[in-house]
Design a binder for this molecule. Sequence first.
Ligand code: DAH
Length: 360
Amino acid sequence: MDALDLLKAKYLDGIIAASDEASLEEIRLAALGKKGEISLQMRELGKMTPEERQTTGAALNRLKDEIDGALRAKKEALADAALDARLASEWLDVTLPSRPKRQGTIHPISQVMDEVTAIFADMGFAVAEGPQVESDWYNFDALNIAPEHPARQEHDTFFMARNAADPRPPHVLRTHTSPVQIRALQDRGAPIRVIAPGRVYRMDMDQTHTPMFHQIEGMALGKDISMANLKWVLEEFCRAFFEVDDVELRFRASHFPFTEPSAEVDIRCSWDNGQLKIGEGDGWMEILGSGMMHPKVLAAGGIDPNEYQGFAFGIGIDRLAMLKYGIPDLRAFFESDLRWLRHYGFAALDLPTVFGGLSK
Ligand code: DAH
């Protein structure tokens, strides 16, 4: 073995043994760097005879190429190995089932809103929305609640701050979803069938009242819509919502400024040792207010009351959620207690539909 063969063996063995890029670089410098062994030998070529130079020069060049090639190959192999190691450590089995434990849940209020919306959508009602900070015209005047009307006090209204120099009445936090009736009439005209779910506010706080709560407003307007249609729609709704075939509703004459005639609606129910049953027993529970829309309300919405008539109703969502899901205290809805939410909440991916089942 001559000197070049020894050199070759030394460097190629070193390259094979190298375990990282840094040691490869060391070998490269030792062999091919400016002061590397092979570079130094190249420099000696000048002192040789032309014949020697030819054979040794060619042999040195071959050796240089071989070492260079081996370095590159090893570098690539090291990079591949590093990638394999990383892929192995980041391995993920996408066929595993998702985690069965619920991380977050749907709040019972949201669930009931979705259920009620699904039922009315099935009966051809569109969904309308209005602002929670409302002008006093939409919240009161347009609904035939005059400035001196006692309902303004009964509603325990929250007023927004207004610059003292501004002569206009202050805006309010809407006390009910009824102003959306006016907005929907103005936006969409007649005939119309809409519901309007949303938050409402009144200055009130005890076991059955919170300063913010939820309602769903409903309204259907046409050329010949009557109380009979109202009764059918509400019965259909209760049957679907409470998921029982037999429901009985009782319409009690009442008074609301925005309906004439007006009725409060009770549902037949029983309390068997703390357990509520809908559709049987001797008890009645009030669930909503309703009536035929007042001509002044239609006019405020830009509709000719001689041409159109219709019904409207307003349902308390929080009350419905308590009844359906046996939730005893209204205030718990708004305390954000995680244990309560895990107990009463609903799985996030089970959207309620009339055909697929509302609550199961
Ligand atoms: N806005 C009424 C309230 O908050 C509820 C209501 C009663 C709405 C009768 C209506 C209705 O649309 O016709 O107490």
